[in-house]
Design a protein around this ligand. Structure first.
Ligand code: NAG
Ligand code: NAG
Ligand code: NAG
Ligand code: NAG
Ligand code: CA
Length: 533
């Protein structure tokens, strides 16, 4: 199953950077007694577990298994598990706090989640390995909980407490509890606090900047799931298109169209590398490849690209439309794989069934229709139009996370970095650009404390042939602590079309929006061959 992001990958390369100098600190004992005063005015602590533990890296649950390390590490921590409720809300939140025993770097980190996962204990490992005291919260529902078990209070009724906990409330409290526990253990508060997340974690970072602006000095918010009330229903748009066309194209047929689009537009940025770095120049017409023969595997066979498949691609690139044809949300850029949202499962190349993306299906069923057994096959264009409006009307203030007014964050001296892959197959890249432009309109000085870095060729939170900005967390720390504002973000990519098992990596310095990464000549694998224009 595709999940909306994974926080681990976003800071993989942090591990290559030496941890900040450990601060000698005499800690209090790792016992319940040390933390007995831990709490907040609006919560009831149900249980407080304090135990010596060790964090493991790589975390067994982490997707970093795709990046084998030569060594497994563990580090001793004081591990807190706080279970609490908001009196009268009948909710139950679990928040984890990990405090490194001997190498605290004087800082605190809040760690984000992905998809429906608010956060996890496993997410703390990478932070404590850097010497951070760290916290993450389950936001009132367990990682494995079924969607209806936490979203619906009873048949047809939303559980607003759980929804608000997930959206915002528990994130603020995790920061407060985490920082308070840090102070109780080390005898002084953290000198700096940071947020780190991608996807849902990126939305959470923006929620902190918008609504709880004093909690974090620095926020790294990758591929943010902001505009949630709009882009999540828009993720269902490709399924509406295939229903209306009454044609369920195989993944092979769809991918072939994407391949032709990349072929047509790749060179427009000056480098033939399988990446469309300047998507604004790409005006590929999918009808031009109708009739081309495509060889497929799983299921095996050959097909010709159909007119309906071409129309499908055109509609998905154009983005969700209302019944009267006006635009509801952005579409995917041409280099983006369309099968993540326009998925089908085929027994033969001409016999496929729709496979909607689970998170948007969950959203339309549980949140919007308040009926987790809703038959999605009833969603035609007209129904979609209604569900989209209901999503915006009912949830923009709860989950939208697109308040462009960052005055509070600016005044408290915060710094924020967002990057977003232009090949992102789950969260439409243009939604983030749209938010940044609005924030820029609200404050022409935005650049002084919030910078946005488009990442050509990068998929959702990582992957793809493009340049991945693995040093962005360190860039944030340098901005906050040394005042070094990042004009560019160093990023690396795998060279395409090489037979070498360990090829030298490509490097590029991603540009701060609105500047665009521009090839100026020379070796396209070297950062010095590009400039920001
Ligand atoms: C690290 O731990 C994982 C999970 O326990 C294990 O699968 C892997 O083989 C270990 N790697 C090394 C190099 O010890
Ligand atoms: C805290 O909540 C978690 C998650 O529901 C549960 O597994 C754990 O047993 C609880 N801890 C205590 C001490 O009640
Ligand atoms: C999406 O972003 C790209 C890159 O900046 C831009 O060229 C394109 O015009 C945007 N699309 C829309 C519909 O705004
Ligand atoms: C598909 O074709 C390939 C190559 O001809 C063959 O190796 C494979 O077994 C076939 N798979 C199926 C499911 O027929
Ligand atoms: Ca290119």
């Amino acid at each position: 199953m595709l999940s909306l992001g994974f926080v681990y990958l976003s800071t993989l390369f942090q591990l290559l950077i030496p941890a900040a100098t450990a601060i000698a600190s005499r800690t209090k004992p790792c016992t319940h007694n040390t933390f007995v005063s831990l709490g907040l005015l609006n919560i009831n602590v149900l249980s407080l577990d304090v135990a010596l533990g060790n964090a493991a890296w790589p975390s067994p649950s982490s997707l970093l298994n795709a990046y084998p390390t030569t060594k497994n590490y563990t580090i001793d921590v004081c591990q807190l598990t706080v279970n609490y409720t908001h009196p009268g809300w009948n909710d139950k939140i679990t928040t984890w706090i990990s405090l490194p025993l001997d190498s605290w770097n004087g800082r605190f980190a809040g760690m984000g989640g992905g998809g429906w996962v608010t956060g996890s204990l496993g997410a703390l490992s990478q932070a404590v390995f850097q010497g951070y005291a760290a916290a993450s919260t389950d936001g009132g529902h367990e990682e494995t909980a079924s969607i209806e078990s936490w979203v619906l209070a009873s048949k047809g009724n939303l559980n607003w407490a759980n929804i608000q906990d997930f959206s915002a409330i528990a994130l603020d409290e995790a920061a407060s509890l985490g920082k308070a526990a840090t102070e109780l253990f080390y005898g002084r508060p953290p000198k700096y606090s940071y947020w780190n997340g991608c996807s849902t974690g990126g939305r959470q970072g923006h929620m902190m900047a918008q609504r709880f602006p004093a909690q974090y000095d620095g926020i790294l918010a990758g591929a943010p799931a902001i505009n949630w009330d709009k882009f999540i229903p828009a993720e269902y748009w490709p399924q509406v298109v295939i229903k209306e066309l009454e044609y369920y194209p195989s993944p092979c047929e769809i991918d072939a169209i994407t391949k032709y689009a990349i072929q047509a537009c790749d060179q427009l940025d000056g480098v033939k590398d399988g990446i469309i770095s300047m998507p604004g120049l790409c005006h590929f017409e999918p009808l031009s490849v109708v009739g081309k023969t495509v060889r497929c595997t799983a299921p095996n066979g050959t097909i010709k690209i159909s007119k309906k498949a071409a129309k499908f691609a055109a509609s998905v690139w154009a983005g969700a439309k209302s019944s009267d044809g006006s635009s509801l949300w952005y579409g995917s850029l041409h280099e983006t794989p369309l099968t993540a949202l326009g998925g089908t499962k085929c027994v033969s190349l001409t016999s496929c069934d729709p496979v909607p993306f689970t998170i948007s299906a969950d959203w339309l069923r549980a949140f919007i229709s308040r009926d987790s057994s809703l038959d999605l096959s009833t969603i035609n264009h007209q129904v979609f139009n209604r569900l989209f409006r209901a999503s915006v009307n009912g949830f923009s203030s709860v989950m939208g996370t697109r308040d462009p007014d960052l005055t509070g964050f600016k005044q408290s001296g915060g710094k924020m970095i967002t990057w977003h892959g232009m090949k992102d197959e789950l969260i439409f890249y243009n939604g983030t650009e749209d938010y940044y432009r609005q924030a820029l309109e609200a404050d022409p000085e935005l650049h002084d404390y919030y910078r946005f870095f488009p990442a050509p060729g990068v998929e959702h939170c990582g992957g793809g042939p493009g340049w991945y900005p693995g040093d962005s967390f360190q860039a944030l720390v340098d901005w906050v602590e040394k005042g070094v504002a990042p004009d560019t973000l160093r990023a690396i990519a795998t060279p395409s079309a090489t037979g070498d098992a360990h090829p030298p990596l490509r490097t590029a310095d991603l540009c701060a929006y609105p500047k665009v990464l521009t090839f100026v000549g020379g070796d396209p694998d070297r950062a010095s061959s590009f400039t920001c224009k």
